[in-house]
Structures are given as C-alpha cells and as structure tokens.
Design a protein around this ligand. Structure first.
Ligand code: GAL
Length: 829
C-alpha cells in the first residue's frame, strides 16, 4: 500500500556546487540547514541585482527508509526546482530535469538502502540557461532559484495507477458519464486479470461504487479506459464548486495492490463566438493575472500563502477567474481555486521568445505534457495556454503543442496568448493581450478588428505597463489607474463577442532590469507586493454583489489635488445610492454613473458637489441666487477662479453686486462651503444603501491622531508536510480607519517562541501599509509577534503553533498527521 514520506525538513544547503558533494561520505557540516520550500537567496524588497540568485547550488538530505518498504516502487517526487536539477542517490546519478515550473518524479527503489540512511544530493542550477524556456532573451519577471516546492517519496504498489484522467461527459444530462483513462505501471510483469474498484466520494462519503476487470498485458506501462454512468451528482461552478474524489483500488484475487485518489468536478466549459459558457450558461470571465512571487523569498512559499492568494482573488476582489501568467503554479493555489470556484487559465512557461528548434522546443513540448498531466482533473482549469506568451506566430511549433494538448485532453479548449492582431489561430480560442486603452482611447478593440473574422475570443491582459501605479502615487494617478481598469471592463461587458477580460495584474512583482520602474519592481498590480489593495482593486471589488462594498477613491482633502481642485469624488460601490453628509449635515443623494459606464454591473457613484442645499439652508440669499452661487462655487472648485468661463464670471459679478458683496465675501463663501478652512474639523460621511437600508459607510476626515492597524490572516499555525506561514498586514490609519497613504514610519518586528519573521526585521510602511510573513520553526507553543515603532509604541500578537509531529523511531522522516496514524497501524500489523 502507498506510504508517503514527506521530505521537506532539514536539508543541508550550499550556495555552490562541487563534484565531491555527490559522495555520500562528504562532510556537509558547514552547509546551512534549510527547509523546503526554499529560496536559494533571500532578496531585498527592491533595488537588487537579479543576477544574485542565478547560481549553482547543492542540496543534501539524509533519509532513512524502513526495511518493510523494500520491494515497493519508491517514487521520489519534486514539485518544482528552478531551473535545472540533477539528482544523485547514494552517489549514483538518478535523473535530471529541465524547467522550474513543472514537477518530475522517478522510481529510486533500485538505489535505496533499506533500514539504513540514504544520501540524496541535488545539484540545482538557477542560472538562466538559454536552452530552457522561458530563457534565451528578456523576461518580465524573476525566476527565483532553489527547491522551491515540496518534495516527497511515495511507496506504491508493484502494479499501480500512475495517473488517472477523470473525464466527465454529458454533464448537463441527468445521466452523466465518467470516462476514466487509467495509466497503469506494472513492475511485476503480471499478465492476468485484476480488478479496479472505483469509489466515488464526496466529503469522504461514498456516493457510488463500481468495478471493472483490467487485463494486464505484462507491459511496464499500460493505458486502460473505464466508463461508468453516474446520476445524482452536483455540478461544479463558480458559485457552488462541488468536488468529488475518485478512489481507485486495484485488487489481485482480493489482495490490495494499490490505492490512489483523484479529485475532480462535473462541469462543462465551452467558448462560442458569443462568449463563454459554463455548464451551458453564459458567464463573463472577469479576472486578473497572477505571478507566483512573494517579497524576499520569491517563489518559496508553502500552502497557506498559496491558499490565501486564491482567497483574495475570490473574496476580496470578487473575481471569477485567474490566469497563471506565465507558467504552471503551485498545486496548493490550484487546490484552493478548485474549492472556491475560481476559473483558471493555465499556460506553459515562456515570455515572448521562442528558442532554437531542438532542445528548447523539446522542453516546450515536454512542458505541455507535464502541465496537462499534472492538472487535467482540476475543474477550475477551463483552458490550456499552449503558446509562449506573446511570441510571434510559429505554426510548426504551435501545431505541435496544440496536437499534444488535444491528444492528452479532449475536454478543454486551448488558447495561446498573443499580442498581435491577425495571428494564425491554431488553438480553439483567440486569446489576446489588448493594450489599446491609454486613458483616452477605447477600452478594448473589437474582436473582429483583431482577428478579421468571428471566433471565440478572450482578452488575457490589459492595462499593466500602460499605467504603472504605486500605492504612494498621487490620488489623481491612483484614481486614473482604477478608471482605466473600469473603462476596459465596461468595454468588455458591452461586447458579447468578448468572453471576458483578465487584467494585468493581481499584485506588483519583482522583475529584471529591462522592465519596471528601475527598482526591479513592476508596479502593475491592483494590489502591491504585499497584496494590499490599491484604488484599482476597488474597480473589481465593487462589481460583485455578494457583500456590500463601498470605497471612496479620495481622501477628500483639496490640498492633495493640483490647484486645490477637488471635484468628482469617485465612490466605487455596489450600492444603489449613497448619501453624503458634511459634519453630520445631509448634503445630497448620489446615484451610479450609469450613463458614463453603461455596461459594468456596478458603475461608480460620482459626488460632483460637496455643497448640496447648504447655502440655501444656512444663508439668506434667495432660492435662485443660492442655486447660482452653488453652481459658481462648484465650477471654481473644478477649474479654478482664473479659468472660469466668461459667462460664469459675469454671473458672479452680477450676484456680488445684487447681494452687495465684496469679492472677499465670495472667497469667504468658497472657504466655508468648499474649502472648509478654519472649521474645527471637516468630516464627510458617505453612506451606502441597498433596498433602502444603509449597508455600509465610510468617513473621510482631517486626521489628528493615527494608529497602527494590524491584521493577521490566521491565529493558529500548524506544520504538516512542511512549515507553515501567515501574513501580518500593518497599516497606518486615521480615526475613520482610512489608510494614510503617505505614512512611511519604520517598524521593528521581533518574535518569541516557535516562529520567525521572513525577510528583514526592520521595515518601513510603503504607501501607508506594509506586510510581513512569519514562519514556524518546528516546535509547538505560543508564538509572539511584536511590532514596535517610536510613534505608535508596541503592538503584540499571539499565534498558536503546532510544530512537527513527534516521530516514532519507525518513521524517521516527517509524515503528516493525517497519514501518520493509519501508517503506524499498518506498521504494527
Ligand atoms: C505583457 C506581458 C506581461 C507583462 C505585461 C505588462 O506584454 O505579457 O508579462 O509584461 O505586458 O503590462
């Protein structure tokens, strides 16, 4: 039976490689002790040389394998090693792998010593080897080095299911079809009949069971198809992502040979010329691109951080889709997408450049296979990207990648992301990066003008480099960033021929010298590198209707605007209307700007005056004069007194004269109703209403005293297959809980107990906020995180930490708590 031995703890690491390291007898006591996921070099937040992580290194691990496992295939599995790996076991060369984004595994049973210690050595080359995609030219993202995803060894049955493609067919009928493709590995040479028993489970409960006779043909590998009609199952969709597990047990005359499990969902995806359909229902794809990087540690983040990103996309930003730009990403991230109902665009590694026909092409073909075979059962994946992102047309290569994808998986459409109009459509969907919008121009091009004819069409990138935006940029700039995303969304919703749009991108990311703002950051995210939202995040969050949402995209301080001209305050919300109050006095009710943004589900609400009826109520002017004065004051606020049109100037003079006022009286009115100068404090309160009920509110005020707001994603951490992490978000906020975007206070972070900070212990707020992650160190107990600052004093947070499971002497390497019990029981038998 299968036993999984996780191999993530306590590796020895050296940022160098020498042949002598391969020898089992080599004394590695000078190596550092590291845990997987591991980055070969911790980097600063920005301003570094990307060459600093591009080097060769060595990882060594001693692993003890129990005698009782002898005779079973021992499949050593690496989820991701950047970029090239060569494995040695007990001094023998075992295998190599090229490409850092796809997993590889190998049966190492013939090299293992049972009941003894074994020495595993991994040579890792993290240089940009030009024969391996995405390398050979420039790349707009970093490819951090190391063994950055988990490692394990799986002891399987001698006849086993190496992989199973669970295809669901006729899912819209009451009677559905399970069409299984079993990839068997038979190390016994057996050519007799065995039984495959399949159990369909949901949340660990049996839903259905069936069995099939499998005739082994004595070959090492064999493919077998099993079909079964299924009823009474629920579909997977973005609202209700029902998941099922298929447990396959192979029996030979009642003797269990192997047991494996595959998670999947019943759902149907289809692109038509008039849009995307999920389970026969039209669905506009609305999403963002995601890189898999984190500050300091690059790609090396375990499960919880990966889960969190999917949760942010689904719950914080209200999206239904994510594109894995530009490579297959962590299985943990994808697990969470499956669970949450987040659609995923999965694509092969690459960026604009196609390398030499030969090895580079071979690896690309290999990448297509590895990606699809890894992820083919995931209901979240609705399309395979089988083209190098934004590369030139290359029909020979792309006909091959298309053929491989279709041969392996006939249940999903393919796309290939290009930025060229009129490129050859070899795949099923024309997936296009549309950067036509520059603030003035239309939001998106029409599909027909891009392709020249009608075809299924999806926008896979927009915005991004067209308008880099930092969380500490001016308000106008940050608002324009949000509006650009909004204009694109409006164009997308307007056109049935556009299946959807996936914006560039979820969060800022470190990049090469050729890209970004010169500090090795591309500030293209709707969130910063810490996943703290910028204004543009509100464009997306306001489009969902699940929870009330209201965000004022202004601090409503005129002094922060050029010429002190504060006008057209944008409120991004899903409310039906908002009410504005100034110092608790009602000003006016405002409604969504549907004329300007007719197609998005929830247009913003624009506050175009801060005066309302106050002049009429507070002053002694006639009703008509009050209205005229209000109009002129609003216009002055909008364009400045110098630029007032002649007619308005004349009106102003007329009003002054008629009411026996000096110009200074006019200025005083301006200060009172627009500027608020001299008021003890001015507070604007914005209330959001749905079904005539107040559902949310925000107050914008003059801040006299700020505080540090600290939010932690989790309060309990637990080590399982590897260490655990969580994120602390620290923001300087005012009395209304609004972020102070220009606060740059320095924080000192320290920990006590079984946790440590990832990255530096002293950090500064960036755009009013910053985040850091802490990781477990193996022990259990209470972890204390202390955040201190001269201005704010100290803030302390406690975390409950469960460290590594205490291992029995029989199981020297870590085995997860879920699996340890049955395995110990099995051992005892
Ligand atoms: C695209 C590219 C992305 C990113 C983006 C920035 O051309 O596909 O990887 O560089 O531009 O806007």
């Amino acid at each position: 039976m299968r036993v999984i031995q996780h191999l993530n703890f306590d590796w020895k690491f050296c940022p160098d490689f020498k042949e002598e390291f391969i020898s089992p007898a080599y004394d590695d006591s000078t190596f550092g002790l590291v845990q997987i996921p591991h980055t070969n070099k911790e980097l600063p937040y920005n301003n570094f040389d990307e060459k600093s992580y591009q080097f060769e290194s060595c990882y060594r691990k001693t692993l003890h394998v129990e005698s009782y496992l002898k005779g079973q295939p021992a499949i050593l599995h690496f989820e991701g090693v950047m970029t090239y790996a060569r494995l040695f076991l007990n001094g023998y060369f075992v295998t190599e792998h090229k490409g850092g984004y796809t997993p590889f595994n190998v049966d190492v049973s013939r090299y293992l010593k049972y009941g003894k210690d074994n020495q595993l050595v991994v040579y890792v080359d993290s240089r940009e080897r030009k024969e391996i995609p995405p390398f050979g030219y420039v790349v707009d993202y970093l490819t951090y080095g190391g063994i950055y995803r988990e490692v394990w060894m799986e002891f399987t049955g001698p006849v086993m299911v190496e992989n199973c493609h669970v295809r669901t067919r006729n899912v819209l009928n009451t009677e559905k079809l399970l069409d299984l493709d079993l990839y068997l590995e038979n190390k016994t040479g057996l050519n007799s009949a065995i039984t495959a028993q399949c159990s369909l489970m949901k949340n660990d409960l049996l839903v259905d069971q069936f069995q099939s006779v499998v005739l082994l043909n004595g070959e090492l590998t064999q493919q077998v198809e099993i079909q079964q009609k299924i009823e009474n199952v629920e579909l997977w969709d973005t609202e209700n992502p029902h998941l099922y597990d298929l447990v396959i047990q192979l029996y030979d005359n009642g003797l269990l040979l192997d047991k494996s499990q595959y998670r999947f969902g019943f759902r149907e995806v289809e692109f038509r010329v008039n849009g995307f359909y999920l389970n026969g229902q039209p669905l506009k794809i609305c999403g963002l691109n995601r890189h898999q990087s984190f500050p300091y540690v690059g790609y090396a983040m375990p499960k919880r951080a990966q889960y969190k990103d999917a949760e942010i996309l689904k719950h914080e930003l209200g999206l239904n889709t994510v594109r894995l730009s530009h490579y297959p990403q962590s299985q943990h991230f994808l697990d969470r997408c499956d669970e949450l109902g987040l659609l995923v665009f999965n694509e092969i590694p690459g960026w604009q450049h196609i390398g030499d026909k030969g090895e580079w092409w071979d690896i690309t073909r290999q990448h297509v296979k590895e990606m699809i075979r890894r992820d083919w059962n995931r209901p979240s994946i609705f399309i395979w990207g089988v083209r190098i992102n934004e590369s030139e047309d290359c029909d020979e290569l792309y006909e091959m990648t298309q053929r491989i994808a279709k041969t392996l998986d006939d249940t999903r459409p393919t796309g290939g992301v290009r930025c060229r109009k009129d490129s050859h459509l070899i795949e099923d969907v024309y997936t296009y990066n549309d950067f036509v919008h520059n603030g003035q121009t239309r939001g998106l091009d029409k599909p027909e003008s891009v392709i020249g004819h009608k075809a299924p069409y999806l926008v896979t990138e927009h915005n991004g480099h067209m308008f880099p935006t930092k969380s500490f940029d001016s308000q106008e700039h940050r608002l324009e960033h949000a509006l650009r995303h909004l204009r694109v969304l409006d164009a997308m919703y307007a056109d049935d021929g556009i299946s959807g749009a996936i914006g560039w991108c979820m969060f800022d990311y470190n990049t090469h010298k050729d890209f970004g703002s010169g500090d090795r950051i591309c500030y293209h995210g709707v969130m910063d590198m810490f996943r703290i939202p910028k204004y543009a995040a509100a464009t997306y969050a306001a489009q969902q209707n699940e929870t009330p949402y209201l965000q004022v995209l202004s601090n409503m301080r005129m002094g922060d605007y050029p010429g002190s001209e504060l006008s057209d305050v944008h409120v991004f919300t899903n409310c039906e209307y908002i009410k504005l109050y100034k110092n608790d006095q009602f000003i006016e009710t405002f409604y969504p700007a549907r004329k300007q943004y007719p197609h998005v589900p929830n247009p913003p609400i624009i506050i175009d005056n801060l005066i309302g009826n106050l002049i009429e109520e507070n002053e002694t002017f006639s009703k008509k004069d009050s209205r005229l004065i209000k109009e002129i004051l609003i216009e002055v606020g909008r364009v400045g007194i110098e630029s007032l049109p002649l007619m308005s100037k004349l009106k102003m003079l007329y009003l002054l004269k008629k009411n026996r006022m000096q110009l200074s009286d006019g200025v005083a009115l301006y200060s009172k109703y627009v500027g608020g100068w001299g008021d003890s404090a001015t507070t604007f309160r914005i209330e959001g209403y749905q079904n005539n009920q107040k559902v949310c509110e925000q107050s914008c005020l003059q801040s006299f005293e700020q505080r540090l707001d600290v939010q932690v994603d989790d309060t309990a951490l637990q080590e399982e297959a590897t260490y655990d992490v969580t994120r602390f978000v620290v923001r300087c906020v005012d009395e209304g809980d609004n972020v102070m975007p220009y606060a740059n206070d320095v924080l000192s972070i320290s920990t006590k107990g079984p946790i440590e900070v990832i990255g530096p212990g002293h950090i500064a707020l960036v755009g009013g906020g910053v985040a850091f992650w802490v990781k477990t160190t193996g022990l259990s107990g209470e972890g204390l995180v202390n955040i201190s600052n001269e201005r704010f004093g100290e803030v302390e947070h406690r975390l409950t930490v469960t460290g590594r499971v205490d291992l029995s002497p029989h199981l020297p390497s870590y085995i997860s708590p879920q699996t340890v019990k049955p395995q110990l029981e099995a051992l005892a038998e």
